[in-house]
Write a protein that binds this ligand. Structure first.
Ligand code: NDP
Ligand code: 8X3
Length: 253
C-alpha cells in the first residue's frame, strides 16, 4: 500500500468517518466519501480536494438498491476500490429490553448489520476478481461485551464481530485482508444520535475523563492500512485510558 489507493468510507459526514477521510486525504489516498447528509459531503469534498481526488456518494445504507446503484455509478477514475471502511452506524436509544423501541431496534440492525453487508456485497466482486483488497469493519467494545440497556446495539456490534471473522475466513482464499477496529468511548455525534438530540445527556457521556477523539481512531485506521500487505491487523480493541470495560470508567467528578 503506497498511499495512492482508493478508499471508500461509509459514514464520512461526521465523527470517526470524517476524521478518517481528512487524515487519509492528507496522506494522498483517493477517496469515496459516503453518508446521507449531502451538504456535509459536499463541504468535506471541497475541503479535501486540496489534497486528493474525492468523489461523493450519498445513499441510505439501509436501502440495498440505492447501495448497489451507488457502487455501480462510481466513476472509472475511482476504480478499483482498494480499501473499504465499513464505518456507518449508530446506537438508537438506550433502554431495558422490555422498554425498547422496535423502530430503534430496526434502525440498529438495518444500518449497523444489514447496511454493512449490502455495501460489502456490492464491492466484494472487484476485490475477489483482483485477488486483493482490504476491508476494515468498525466494531465496538459493545461487540465484545454487553452492558445494561445496551442490548440491541451490543447485538448489532456482536454481529459485526462475527461478520468480521466470517469475512476473513471466506475471503482468505482470495488474499483479501479483513480486520476490525473496536473502539470504546469516542466523542462524536454518536451519543447525540443515541439520545435523539438530548445534548445534555449526550455530553454527560464524555464528561469527567478524557474520551477518545475521532482522530485517534483515524490514526489507527491509517496505521492499519499502511502495514505491508502480508500484515493484517485482524481485531483491535482500543479504549480511553480512563476506560477499563464498558461499565468501568474512571471519572473525576
Ligand atoms: P457519528 O454519529 O458521528 O457518525 C455516524 C456516521 O454514520 C455518520 O456519518 C452517518 O452519516 C452514518 N450513518 C448513520 N446512519 C446511516 C444510514 N442509514 N445510511 C448511511 N450512513 C449512515 O458516530 P461515530 O463516528 O462515533 O460512529 C461511527 C462508527 O463507530 C459506528 O459504526 C459506531 O457504532 C462506531 N463506534 C462508535 C463509538 C463511539 O463511542 N463514538 C465507539 C465504538 C464504535 P449520515 O447521518 O450523514 O447518513
Ligand atoms: C460505542 C461505545 O460503549 O457507547 O460503540 O457502546 S458504547
Amino acid at each position: 500500500m503506497d498511499g495512492t489507493e482508493t478508499v471508500l468510507i461509509t459514514g464520512a459526514t461526521s465523527g470517526i468517518g470524517k476524521a478518517t477521510a481528512t487524515l487519509l486525504a492528507k496522506e494522498g489516498f483517493n477517496l469515496i466519501i459516503c453518508g446521507r447528509r449531502k451538504k456535509r459531503l459536499k463541504a468535506l469534498k471541497e475541503e479535501l480536494e486540496k489534497f486528493t481526488k474525492v468523489y461523493v456518494s450519498s445513499f441510505d445504507i439501509r436501502d440495498k438498491l440505492a447501495v448497489t446503484e451507488a457502487v455501480e455509478s462510481i466513476p472509472k477514475e475511482f476504480s478499483p476500490i482498494d480499501i473499504l471502511i465499513n464505518n456507518a452506524g449508530n446506537a438508537h436509544g438506550m433502554d431495558t429490553i422490555d422498554n425498547g423501541d422496535i423502530d430503534d431496534w430496526d434502525a440498529m440492525l438495518d444500518i449497523n448489520v444489514k447496511g454493512l453487508l449490502y455495501i460489502s456485497k456490492a464491492i466484494l466482486p472487484q476485490m475477489v476478481e483482483r485477488k486483493s483488497g482490504h476491508i476494515i469493519n468498525i466494531g465496538s467494545t459493545a461487540g465484545k461485551e454487553v452492558y445494561p440497556k445496551g442490548n440491541v446495539y451490543c447485538a448489532s456490534k456482536h454481529a459485526v464481530d462475527a461478520i468480521n471473522k466470517g469475512m476473513r475466513i471466506d475471503l482468505n482464499a482470495y488474499g483479501i485482508r479483513v480486520g476490525a477496529i473496536n473502539p470504546g468511548l469516542v466523542e462524536t455525534e454518536f451519543s447525540d444520535v443515541r439520545f435523539k438530540g438530548d445534548t445534555e445527556k449526550a455530553e454527560k457521556v464524555y464528561q469527567g475523563y478524557q474520551p477518545l477523539q475521532p482522530e485517534d481512531i483515524a490514526d489507527i485506521i491509517h496505521f492499519t492500512i499502511t502495514r505491508p500487505y502480508h500484515v493484517n491487523i485482524a481485531d483491535l480493541v482500543v479504549m480511553p485510558t480512563a476506560q477499563a470495560s464498558s461499565t468501568v470508567v474512571r471519572k473525576e467528578i
